[in-house]
Design a protein around this ligand. Structure first.
Ligand code: ARG
Length: 471
Protein backbone atom coordinates (compact mmCIF):
# COMPACT_ATOMS: atom_id res chain seq x y z
CA UNK A 1 0.00 0.00 0.00
CA UNK A 2 1.29 3.42 -0.85
CA UNK A 3 0.28 6.37 1.24
CA UNK A 4 -0.74 9.26 -0.97
CA UNK A 5 -2.07 11.57 1.71
CA UNK A 6 -0.12 14.76 1.90
CA UNK A 7 1.15 14.75 5.48
CA UNK A 8 3.84 17.35 4.81
CA UNK A 9 6.60 14.86 5.55
CA UNK A 10 8.73 13.25 2.86
CA UNK A 11 7.58 9.82 1.76
CA UNK A 12 10.73 7.90 2.50
CA UNK A 13 11.53 5.43 5.25
CA UNK A 14 12.74 7.02 8.50
CA UNK A 15 16.09 5.24 8.11
CA UNK A 16 16.72 6.70 4.64
CA UNK A 17 19.10 9.58 4.09
CA UNK A 18 18.08 10.59 0.63
CA UNK A 19 19.34 13.88 -0.81
CA UNK A 20 15.93 14.52 -2.40
CA UNK A 21 12.31 13.44 -1.91
CA UNK A 22 10.39 16.40 -0.48
CA UNK A 23 8.16 16.71 -3.51
CA UNK A 24 7.20 13.04 -3.68
CA UNK A 25 4.03 11.62 -2.22
CA UNK A 26 4.96 7.97 -2.48
CA UNK A 27 8.03 5.85 -1.93
CA UNK A 28 10.10 5.03 -4.97
CA UNK A 29 9.78 1.54 -6.37
CA UNK A 30 12.36 -1.00 -5.30
CA UNK A 31 13.08 -1.66 -8.96
CA UNK A 32 13.90 2.03 -9.49
CA UNK A 33 16.17 2.07 -6.46
CA UNK A 34 17.93 -1.01 -7.79
CA UNK A 35 18.53 0.30 -11.27
CA UNK A 36 19.39 3.80 -10.08
CA UNK A 37 21.80 2.83 -7.35
CA UNK A 38 25.40 3.53 -8.34
CA UNK A 39 27.26 3.14 -5.07
CA UNK A 40 28.54 -0.27 -6.10
CA UNK A 41 30.55 1.53 -8.75
CA UNK A 42 31.17 5.01 -7.35
CA UNK A 43 32.03 4.08 -3.75
CA UNK A 44 35.71 4.50 -4.56
CA UNK A 45 35.19 8.21 -5.21
CA UNK A 46 34.88 8.78 -1.47
CA UNK A 47 38.31 10.32 -0.77
CA UNK A 48 37.75 12.79 -3.60
CA UNK A 49 34.18 13.51 -2.54
CA UNK A 50 35.44 14.37 0.93
CA UNK A 51 38.25 16.51 -0.39
CA UNK A 52 36.05 18.51 -2.72
CA UNK A 53 33.42 18.86 0.00
CA UNK A 54 36.00 20.41 2.31
CA UNK A 55 36.99 22.87 -0.39
CA UNK A 56 33.32 23.64 -1.02
CA UNK A 57 32.67 24.26 2.68
CA UNK A 58 35.66 26.59 2.83
CA UNK A 59 34.45 28.43 -0.27
CA UNK A 60 30.96 28.82 1.24
CA UNK A 61 32.62 30.23 4.36
CA UNK A 62 34.61 32.75 2.35
CA UNK A 63 31.42 33.70 0.50
CA UNK A 64 29.73 34.44 3.83
CA UNK A 65 27.20 31.64 3.43
CA UNK A 66 28.60 29.60 6.35
CA UNK A 67 30.06 30.90 9.60
CA UNK A 68 33.61 29.96 10.53
CA UNK A 69 32.21 27.66 13.19
CA UNK A 70 30.01 25.90 10.64
CA UNK A 71 32.90 25.50 8.25
CA UNK A 72 35.09 23.94 10.88
CA UNK A 73 32.29 21.67 12.12
CA UNK A 74 31.83 20.43 8.55
CA UNK A 75 35.54 20.03 7.87
CA UNK A 76 36.09 18.17 11.13
CA UNK A 77 33.01 16.07 10.44
CA UNK A 78 34.37 15.16 7.03
CA UNK A 79 37.61 14.04 8.68
CA UNK A 80 35.57 11.76 10.92
CA UNK A 81 33.70 10.39 7.88
CA UNK A 82 36.97 9.83 6.10
CA UNK A 83 38.34 7.86 9.03
CA UNK A 84 35.11 5.83 9.27
CA UNK A 85 35.13 4.84 5.62
CA UNK A 86 38.85 4.12 5.69
CA UNK A 87 38.13 1.84 8.67
CA UNK A 88 35.55 -0.08 6.67
CA UNK A 89 32.20 1.73 7.04
CA UNK A 90 29.81 0.26 4.49
CA UNK A 91 26.92 1.79 2.53
CA UNK A 92 23.38 1.60 3.90
CA UNK A 93 20.59 0.13 1.79
CA UNK A 94 19.36 3.68 1.25
CA UNK A 95 22.69 5.09 0.03
CA UNK A 96 21.96 5.77 -3.62
CA UNK A 97 25.52 6.84 -4.36
CA UNK A 98 28.72 7.79 -2.57
CA UNK A 99 27.62 11.42 -2.28
CA UNK A 100 24.58 10.30 -0.32
CA UNK A 101 26.64 8.07 1.92
CA UNK A 102 29.19 10.78 2.75
CA UNK A 103 26.35 13.21 3.44
CA UNK A 104 24.60 10.70 5.72
CA UNK A 105 27.75 10.02 7.72
CA UNK A 106 28.50 13.73 7.88
CA UNK A 107 25.10 14.45 9.40
CA UNK A 108 25.81 11.88 12.08
CA UNK A 109 29.30 13.25 12.71
CA UNK A 110 28.76 17.02 12.49
CA UNK A 111 25.07 17.50 13.29
CA UNK A 112 23.14 20.56 12.14
CA UNK A 113 25.89 22.37 10.14
CA UNK A 114 26.05 19.34 7.82
CA UNK A 115 22.65 20.31 6.45
CA UNK A 116 24.20 23.47 4.97
CA UNK A 117 27.02 21.86 2.99
CA UNK A 118 24.96 21.21 -0.13
CA UNK A 119 24.12 24.91 -0.48
CA UNK A 120 24.68 26.08 -4.04
CA UNK A 121 26.03 22.78 -5.26
CA UNK A 122 24.48 19.81 -7.00
CA UNK A 123 25.56 16.23 -7.35
CA UNK A 124 25.97 17.17 -11.00
CA UNK A 125 28.98 19.42 -10.43
CA UNK A 126 30.01 17.29 -7.46
CA UNK A 127 30.27 13.99 -9.33
CA UNK A 128 31.98 15.63 -12.28
CA UNK A 129 34.57 17.13 -9.92
CA UNK A 130 35.13 13.92 -7.98
CA UNK A 131 35.48 11.85 -11.14
CA UNK A 132 38.00 14.32 -12.54
CA UNK A 133 40.05 14.17 -9.33
CA UNK A 134 39.96 10.38 -9.52
CA UNK A 135 41.02 10.43 -13.18
CA UNK A 136 43.91 12.81 -12.45
CA UNK A 137 45.19 10.42 -9.82
CA UNK A 138 44.66 7.43 -12.12
CA UNK A 139 46.80 9.14 -14.77
CA UNK A 140 49.68 9.36 -12.29
CA UNK A 141 49.31 5.70 -11.28
CA UNK A 142 49.07 4.58 -14.91
CA UNK A 143 52.10 6.62 -15.88
CA UNK A 144 54.15 4.82 -13.26
CA UNK A 145 52.90 1.41 -14.40
CA UNK A 146 53.81 2.20 -18.01
CA UNK A 147 57.24 3.44 -16.91
CA UNK A 148 57.81 0.17 -15.05
CA UNK A 149 57.14 -1.78 -18.23
CA UNK A 150 59.38 0.54 -20.23
CA UNK A 151 62.12 0.06 -17.66
CA UNK A 152 61.91 -3.71 -18.02
CA UNK A 153 62.08 -3.47 -21.82
CA UNK A 154 65.03 -1.11 -21.58
CA UNK A 155 66.90 -3.43 -19.23
CA UNK A 156 66.30 -6.36 -21.58
CA UNK A 157 67.48 -4.29 -24.55
CA UNK A 158 70.65 -3.28 -22.71
CA UNK A 159 71.56 -6.97 -22.37
CA UNK A 160 70.85 -7.72 -26.03
CA UNK A 161 73.07 -5.20 -27.77
CA UNK A 162 75.21 -7.94 -29.32
CA UNK A 163 72.47 -10.50 -30.03
CA UNK A 164 71.35 -10.87 -33.63
CA UNK A 165 67.93 -12.13 -34.65
CA UNK A 166 65.77 -12.07 -37.75
CA UNK A 167 63.30 -9.24 -38.15
CA UNK A 168 60.08 -10.13 -39.94
CA UNK A 169 57.82 -8.47 -42.44
CA UNK A 170 54.58 -10.33 -43.25
CA UNK A 171 55.89 -12.65 -40.54
CA UNK A 172 58.44 -13.88 -43.09
CA UNK A 173 62.15 -13.57 -42.34
CA UNK A 174 63.24 -10.19 -43.66
CA UNK A 175 66.55 -8.78 -42.41
CA UNK A 176 68.86 -9.30 -39.45
CA UNK A 177 68.57 -6.86 -36.54
CA UNK A 178 69.94 -6.55 -33.05
CA UNK A 179 67.54 -8.12 -30.56
CA UNK A 180 67.98 -4.88 -28.57
CA UNK A 181 66.54 -2.98 -31.52
CA UNK A 182 63.61 -5.36 -31.74
CA UNK A 183 62.83 -4.99 -28.03
CA UNK A 184 63.15 -1.20 -28.20
CA UNK A 185 60.51 -1.17 -30.93
CA UNK A 186 58.08 -1.84 -28.08
CA UNK A 187 59.51 0.90 -25.85
CA UNK A 188 58.64 3.89 -28.02
CA UNK A 189 54.90 3.26 -28.46
CA UNK A 190 54.68 3.23 -24.66
CA UNK A 191 56.53 6.53 -24.57
CA UNK A 192 53.91 8.00 -26.90
CA UNK A 193 51.19 6.49 -24.69
CA UNK A 194 52.65 8.38 -21.74
CA UNK A 195 52.61 11.61 -23.70
CA UNK A 196 48.96 11.02 -24.59
CA UNK A 197 48.23 10.16 -20.96
CA UNK A 198 49.73 13.47 -19.84
CA UNK A 199 47.42 15.21 -22.30
CA UNK A 200 44.40 13.31 -20.93
CA UNK A 201 45.42 14.40 -17.43
CA UNK A 202 45.42 18.00 -18.62
CA UNK A 203 41.91 17.54 -20.00
CA UNK A 204 40.74 16.13 -16.67
CA UNK A 205 42.21 19.09 -14.82
CA UNK A 206 39.29 21.49 -15.40
CA UNK A 207 37.21 22.36 -12.32
CA UNK A 208 33.40 21.95 -12.68
CA UNK A 209 32.52 22.72 -9.03
CA UNK A 210 30.59 25.98 -8.82
CA UNK A 211 28.49 25.04 -11.84
CA UNK A 212 25.62 23.85 -9.64
CA UNK A 213 23.03 21.70 -11.37
CA UNK A 214 23.38 23.51 -14.70
CA UNK A 215 23.18 27.30 -14.38
CA UNK A 216 26.04 28.03 -11.99
CA UNK A 217 26.02 28.46 -8.23
CA UNK A 218 23.78 31.26 -6.92
CA UNK A 219 26.27 32.02 -4.13
CA UNK A 220 29.38 34.10 -4.80
CA UNK A 221 31.91 31.33 -4.31
CA UNK A 222 35.48 32.02 -5.38
CA UNK A 223 36.07 29.29 -7.93
CA UNK A 224 39.73 30.27 -8.29
CA UNK A 225 40.13 29.50 -4.60
CA UNK A 226 38.49 26.07 -5.05
CA UNK A 227 40.62 25.40 -8.12
CA UNK A 228 43.77 26.10 -6.15
CA UNK A 229 42.61 24.05 -3.14
CA UNK A 230 41.96 21.01 -5.32
CA UNK A 231 44.89 21.37 -7.69
CA UNK A 232 43.00 21.93 -10.92
CA UNK A 233 44.67 23.67 -13.85
CA UNK A 234 41.72 25.88 -14.85
CA UNK A 235 38.11 26.62 -13.99
CA UNK A 236 35.40 25.47 -16.44
CA UNK A 237 34.09 28.40 -18.50
CA UNK A 238 30.48 27.24 -18.98
CA UNK A 239 28.28 25.57 -16.34
CA UNK A 240 26.06 23.76 -18.88
CA UNK A 241 29.11 22.24 -20.52
CA UNK A 242 30.86 21.58 -17.21
CA UNK A 243 28.23 19.21 -15.76
CA UNK A 244 28.10 17.11 -18.94
CA UNK A 245 31.69 17.26 -20.20
CA UNK A 246 33.11 13.74 -20.19
CA UNK A 247 35.73 14.40 -22.86
CA UNK A 248 38.43 13.69 -20.31
CA UNK A 249 37.05 10.17 -19.82
CA UNK A 250 36.80 9.57 -23.55
CA UNK A 251 40.39 10.76 -23.95
CA UNK A 252 41.64 8.59 -21.14
CA UNK A 253 39.75 5.58 -22.50
CA UNK A 254 41.29 6.19 -25.92
CA UNK A 255 44.75 6.33 -24.35
CA UNK A 256 43.97 3.04 -22.60
CA UNK A 257 42.59 1.49 -25.79
CA UNK A 258 45.75 2.31 -27.70
CA UNK A 259 47.97 1.35 -24.79
CA UNK A 260 45.97 -1.88 -24.66
CA UNK A 261 46.71 -2.44 -28.33
CA UNK A 262 50.42 -1.89 -27.66
CA UNK A 263 50.43 -4.20 -24.64
CA UNK A 264 48.62 -6.79 -26.73
CA UNK A 265 51.21 -6.55 -29.49
CA UNK A 266 54.07 -6.93 -27.02
CA UNK A 267 52.26 -9.96 -25.62
CA UNK A 268 51.70 -11.48 -29.05
CA UNK A 269 55.32 -11.00 -30.07
CA UNK A 270 56.65 -12.75 -26.99
CA UNK A 271 54.04 -15.50 -27.12
CA UNK A 272 55.17 -16.18 -30.68
CA UNK A 273 58.90 -16.03 -29.91
CA UNK A 274 58.32 -18.31 -26.95
CA UNK A 275 56.76 -21.12 -28.99
CA UNK A 276 58.87 -24.25 -29.54
CA UNK A 277 58.79 -23.38 -33.25
CA UNK A 278 60.59 -20.08 -32.70
CA UNK A 279 62.28 -20.87 -29.41
CA UNK A 280 63.95 -17.45 -29.19
CA UNK A 281 62.85 -16.89 -25.60
CA UNK A 282 62.01 -19.12 -22.69
CA UNK A 283 59.51 -18.05 -20.07
CA UNK A 284 60.34 -18.12 -16.36
CA UNK A 285 58.60 -19.80 -13.46
CA UNK A 286 56.92 -16.92 -11.70
CA UNK A 287 54.85 -15.58 -14.59
CA UNK A 288 53.75 -18.80 -16.26
CA UNK A 289 51.16 -21.40 -15.37
CA UNK A 290 50.85 -25.14 -15.87
CA UNK A 291 48.12 -27.35 -17.27
CA UNK A 292 45.79 -29.47 -15.15
CA UNK A 293 46.14 -32.28 -17.69
CA UNK A 294 49.40 -31.94 -19.59
CA UNK A 295 52.29 -32.11 -17.15
CA UNK A 296 54.80 -30.63 -19.59
CA UNK A 297 52.95 -27.35 -20.19
CA UNK A 298 54.22 -23.89 -19.36
CA UNK A 299 51.78 -21.22 -20.48
CA UNK A 300 52.36 -17.46 -20.70
CA UNK A 301 48.95 -16.60 -19.22
CA UNK A 302 49.75 -13.00 -18.28
CA UNK A 303 50.62 -12.27 -21.91
CA UNK A 304 47.48 -13.96 -23.18
CA UNK A 305 45.34 -12.01 -20.73
CA UNK A 306 47.07 -8.82 -21.88
CA UNK A 307 46.25 -9.72 -25.47
CA UNK A 308 42.66 -10.57 -24.59
CA UNK A 309 42.19 -7.43 -22.52
CA UNK A 310 43.05 -5.36 -25.57
CA UNK A 311 39.47 -6.06 -26.67
CA UNK A 312 37.77 -4.81 -23.52
CA UNK A 313 39.59 -1.46 -23.59
CA UNK A 314 38.20 -0.90 -27.07
CA UNK A 315 34.77 -1.87 -25.75
CA UNK A 316 34.98 0.57 -22.84
CA UNK A 317 35.87 3.42 -25.19
CA UNK A 318 33.05 2.62 -27.59
CA UNK A 319 30.58 2.20 -24.70
CA UNK A 320 31.34 5.69 -23.40
CA UNK A 321 31.23 7.35 -26.81
CA UNK A 322 27.93 5.59 -27.42
CA UNK A 323 26.58 6.96 -24.13
CA UNK A 324 27.63 10.50 -24.99
CA UNK A 325 26.64 10.84 -28.59
CA UNK A 326 22.91 11.37 -28.29
CA UNK A 327 22.73 13.26 -25.01
CA UNK A 328 20.92 16.57 -24.83
CA UNK A 329 22.79 19.41 -23.10
CA UNK A 330 23.36 19.36 -19.38
CA UNK A 331 23.49 16.44 -16.96
CA UNK A 332 21.56 13.28 -17.82
CA UNK A 333 21.51 10.11 -15.75
CA UNK A 334 23.01 8.20 -18.66
CA UNK A 335 26.27 9.79 -17.51
CA UNK A 336 26.25 7.65 -14.38
CA UNK A 337 27.62 4.85 -16.58
CA UNK A 338 30.78 6.81 -17.37
CA UNK A 339 32.46 5.53 -14.23
CA UNK A 340 31.80 1.88 -14.98
CA UNK A 341 33.82 2.18 -18.19
CA UNK A 342 36.48 4.40 -16.67
CA UNK A 343 37.10 2.38 -13.51
CA UNK A 344 36.88 -0.94 -15.31
CA UNK A 345 39.43 0.04 -17.92
CA UNK A 346 41.88 1.56 -15.44
CA UNK A 347 41.58 -1.45 -13.12
CA UNK A 348 42.18 -3.88 -15.97
CA UNK A 349 45.16 -1.92 -17.26
CA UNK A 350 46.74 -1.83 -13.82
CA UNK A 351 46.58 -5.64 -13.83
CA UNK A 352 47.76 -6.07 -17.41
CA UNK A 353 50.87 -3.87 -17.29
CA UNK A 354 52.58 -5.53 -14.30
CA UNK A 355 51.70 -8.94 -15.76
CA UNK A 356 53.47 -8.12 -19.00
CA UNK A 357 56.40 -6.44 -17.24
CA UNK A 358 56.87 -9.42 -14.93
CA UNK A 359 56.80 -11.90 -17.79
CA UNK A 360 59.28 -9.92 -19.88
CA UNK A 361 61.61 -9.37 -16.93
CA UNK A 362 62.16 -13.10 -16.50
CA UNK A 363 62.56 -14.10 -20.15
CA UNK A 364 65.70 -15.96 -21.02
CA UNK A 365 66.92 -15.27 -24.51
CA UNK A 366 68.13 -18.16 -26.64
CA UNK A 367 70.84 -16.33 -28.52
CA UNK A 368 72.03 -19.33 -30.52
CA UNK A 369 68.59 -20.11 -31.86
CA UNK A 370 68.04 -16.48 -32.73
CA UNK A 371 71.33 -16.29 -34.54
CA UNK A 372 70.76 -19.64 -36.29
CA UNK A 373 67.48 -18.34 -37.66
CA UNK A 374 69.34 -15.66 -39.62
CA UNK A 375 69.85 -17.36 -42.99
CA UNK A 376 72.09 -15.83 -45.63
CA UNK A 377 69.19 -15.12 -47.98
CA UNK A 378 68.13 -12.45 -45.47
CA UNK A 379 71.16 -10.48 -46.67
CA UNK A 380 69.83 -10.38 -50.24
CA UNK A 381 69.28 -6.65 -49.92
CA UNK A 382 72.90 -6.23 -48.79
CA UNK A 383 73.96 -8.19 -51.85
CA UNK A 384 72.09 -5.74 -54.04
CA UNK A 385 73.63 -2.86 -52.09
CA UNK A 386 77.07 -4.37 -52.84
CA UNK A 387 76.35 -3.78 -56.52
CA UNK A 388 74.91 -0.33 -55.82
CA UNK A 389 78.18 0.58 -54.04
CA UNK A 390 79.85 -0.30 -57.35
CA UNK A 391 77.57 2.06 -59.28
CA UNK A 392 75.04 -0.50 -60.51
CA UNK A 393 71.49 1.00 -60.49
CA UNK A 394 69.42 -0.55 -57.67
CA UNK A 395 66.77 -1.92 -60.05
CA UNK A 396 69.39 -3.89 -62.01
CA UNK A 397 71.04 -5.03 -58.80
CA UNK A 398 67.67 -6.21 -57.42
CA UNK A 399 67.10 -8.26 -60.57
CA UNK A 400 70.58 -9.84 -60.49
CA UNK A 401 70.22 -10.83 -56.84
CA UNK A 402 66.76 -12.20 -57.58
CA UNK A 403 68.37 -14.59 -60.06
CA UNK A 404 70.88 -15.71 -57.43
CA UNK A 405 68.14 -16.31 -54.88
CA UNK A 406 66.16 -18.32 -57.40
CA UNK A 407 69.22 -20.40 -58.22
CA UNK A 408 69.76 -21.15 -54.51
CA UNK A 409 66.13 -22.09 -54.09
CA UNK A 410 66.13 -24.39 -57.14
CA UNK A 411 69.32 -26.16 -56.03
CA UNK A 412 68.05 -26.33 -52.46
CA UNK A 413 71.10 -24.70 -50.88
CA UNK A 414 71.81 -21.50 -48.99
CA UNK A 415 72.80 -18.40 -50.92
CA UNK A 416 76.23 -18.17 -49.29
CA UNK A 417 77.16 -21.73 -50.37
CA UNK A 418 76.55 -21.07 -54.09
CA UNK A 419 79.74 -21.08 -56.17
CA UNK A 420 81.20 -17.70 -57.10
CA UNK A 421 80.50 -18.50 -60.76
CA UNK A 422 76.77 -18.18 -60.06
CA UNK A 423 77.34 -14.65 -58.76
CA UNK A 424 79.53 -13.71 -61.71
CA UNK A 425 76.88 -15.03 -64.09
CA UNK A 426 74.19 -12.98 -62.39
CA UNK A 427 76.20 -9.77 -62.66
CA UNK A 428 79.78 -9.19 -63.89
CA UNK A 429 80.47 -6.62 -61.14
CA UNK A 430 80.34 -9.31 -58.40
CA UNK A 431 83.91 -9.93 -57.18
CA UNK A 432 85.57 -12.57 -54.98
CA UNK A 433 84.75 -10.53 -51.86
CA UNK A 434 81.00 -10.85 -52.43
CA UNK A 435 80.42 -13.29 -49.60
CA UNK A 436 81.58 -10.73 -47.06
CA UNK A 437 78.39 -8.82 -47.87
CA UNK A 438 76.46 -11.90 -46.80
CA UNK A 439 77.40 -11.74 -43.13
CA UNK A 440 74.77 -10.44 -40.73
CA UNK A 441 77.44 -8.40 -38.94
CA UNK A 442 78.25 -6.60 -42.19
CA UNK A 443 74.54 -6.00 -42.74
CA UNK A 444 74.21 -4.43 -39.29
CA UNK A 445 77.37 -2.39 -39.71
CA UNK A 446 75.84 -0.63 -42.69
CA UNK A 447 72.85 0.50 -40.64
CA UNK A 448 74.24 3.20 -38.40
CA UNK A 449 71.63 5.62 -39.71
CA UNK A 450 69.68 7.34 -36.90
CA UNK A 451 67.00 4.87 -35.84
CA UNK A 452 68.74 1.98 -37.61
CA UNK A 453 69.86 -1.36 -36.20
CA UNK A 454 73.63 -0.68 -36.31
CA UNK A 455 75.37 -1.28 -32.99
CA UNK A 456 76.21 2.40 -32.54
CA UNK A 457 72.76 3.58 -33.58
CA UNK A 458 71.11 1.19 -31.13
CA UNK A 459 73.43 2.35 -28.34
CA UNK A 460 72.41 5.95 -29.07
CA UNK A 461 68.75 4.91 -29.14
CA UNK A 462 69.08 3.24 -25.74
CA UNK A 463 70.72 6.36 -24.31
CA UNK A 464 67.82 8.42 -25.63
CA UNK A 465 65.33 6.03 -24.05
CA UNK A 466 67.17 6.18 -20.74
CA UNK A 467 66.93 9.95 -20.66
CA UNK A 468 63.26 9.84 -21.71
CA UNK A 469 62.59 7.64 -18.69
CA UNK A 470 64.60 9.85 -16.37
CA UNK A 471 62.53 12.91 -17.26
N1 ARG B 1 25.40 8.96 -9.22
C1 ARG B 1 25.29 10.06 -10.12
C2 ARG B 1 26.31 9.93 -11.24
O1 ARG B 1 27.21 9.18 -11.06
C3 ARG B 1 25.53 11.32 -9.39
C4 ARG B 1 24.87 12.52 -10.00
C5 ARG B 1 23.41 12.44 -9.82
N2 ARG B 1 22.77 13.62 -10.21
C6 ARG B 1 21.44 13.70 -10.26
N3 ARG B 1 20.91 14.79 -10.60
N4 ARG B 1 20.71 12.66 -10.00
O2 ARG B 1 26.21 10.53 -12.27
Amino acid sequence: MTDTTDTGTPAQPASSHRLWGGRFGAQTAAALDAVNRSIGVDFRLWPHDIRLSKAWAAALGRAGVLTDAEVSAIVQGLDVVSAQIAAGAQPDASDEDIHTMVDRLLHAAAGAPAAKLHTGRSRNDQVATGTRLWAMEACRTLDQAIRDLQQVLLEQAELLQDAIMPAYTHLQRAQPVLAAHWVMAHFWPLQRDRERLAQAAQSASILPLGSGAIAGSAFPVDREFIREQLGFRVVSPNSIDAVADRDFIAELLFVLALLGVHASRIAEDFILLGTSEFGFVKFGDTFTTGSSMMPQKRNPDALEIARGSGARFLGDLVALLGTLKGLPSGYNKDLQDDKRALFGAVDAMLLVLPGVAGTVAELSWQRERMRAAVSSVMMATDLADYLVDRKVPFRDAHKAVGAIVREAEVSGIEVHTLPLSVYAAAHPVFGDDVKEALSPEASLARREVEGGTGTGAVARQIAKARSALAR
